[in-house]
Design a protein around this ligand. Structure first.
Ligand code: ADP
Ligand code: MG
Length: 237
């Protein structure tokens, strides 16, 4: 099991503006793709940040990680403020596809892809990376800087960048939001294929429930605990 979570919760803000996300129980297997669904403002991005170790939960009964033969008690790492270890798990074993592209502006797309592989000591050439470049058609602008690309092109480049080091877990926040339907399908196909053939687990925040259902992808769905305010959400399968 890659992630094993019980009783996770997080709140932000105070008083009647307090926003809460709860994840009572969640287990993620290697090679599994799960869509985090819920209406806008339900906390999908917040939940991805919690699962991607970018935000500390306020409470957990169990928060465990196991990848590449290593087990980590994430709960304990947060409590003991082991930010170095948390950041090294993020850097080596996770890939993020965030709503802002996150590409380094002073490097070309090719430079962005090479950087993460070099940092992890991986060989420069990788047939699988070449295939991803082809699949999302980013070859034509590999040598451009992010500022010279459209939002959709940046999104495609950042998807390949998140997968370039074959992480154990990919966290994707609305990765198809700036893409036309054909490219959106290509992205979903790529993520599904990476999950199936490389055992990469994928968490995908999306409001596109129809697309997820058509592809038969499992859902971690947010339900509204306080319909009058919409400020408390519980996610479950
Ligand atoms: P979703 O991704 O489902 O649209 P978010 O996780 O972005 O939901 O937001 C959940 C709630 O937290 C919303 O009420 C939003 O307004 C609020 N929120 C999101 N980011 C921040 C932030 N950085 N500071 C304060 N409130 C935020
Ligand atoms: Mg969001």
């Amino acid at each position: 099991m890659l992630l094993d979570i019980e009783g996770l919760s997080y709140s932000r803000g105070q008083g009647d503006q307090c926003f809460t996300v709860e994840l009572p129980s969640f287990q993620l297997q290697p090679g599994e793709l799960v869509a985090i669904t819920g209406r806008s403002g339900s906390g999908k991005s917040t939940l991805l940040e919690l699962l991607g170790l970018l935000t500390a939960p306020h409470r957990t009964e169990r928060f465990r990680w196991r990848a590449n033969g290593y087990r980590q008690d994430l709960d304990r790492l947060w409590q003991r403020r082991r930010h170095g270890t948390l950041s090294s798990i993020r850097g080596t074993s996770m890939g993020f596809i965030l709503q802002t592209s996150g590409l380094l502006p002073f490097l070309s797309v090719a430079g962005n892809l090479a950087l993460i592989r070099r940092a992890l000591g991986l060989p420069k050439h990788d047939p699988d990376l070449d295939r991803m470049i082809e699949c999302l058609d980013i070859g034509p602008f590999l040598h451009k800087k992010p500022s010279q690309l459209s939002v959709g092109q940046q999104q495609r480049a950042s998807i390949v960048r998140a997968l370039a080091h074959h992480p154990a877990l990919v966290l994707a926040d609305e990765p198809t939001s700036a893409l036309d339907p054909n490219l959106g399908d290509a992205v979903m196909t790529l993520l599904l294929e990476q999950a199936r053939s490389h055992g990469i687990s994928v968490l995908l925040a999306t409001h596109e429930v129809d697309r997820v259902e058509t592809l038969g992808i499992g859902r971690l769905d947010g339900s509204n605990l306080h319909p009058e305010t919409g400020f408390a959400w519980r996610f479950g399968r």
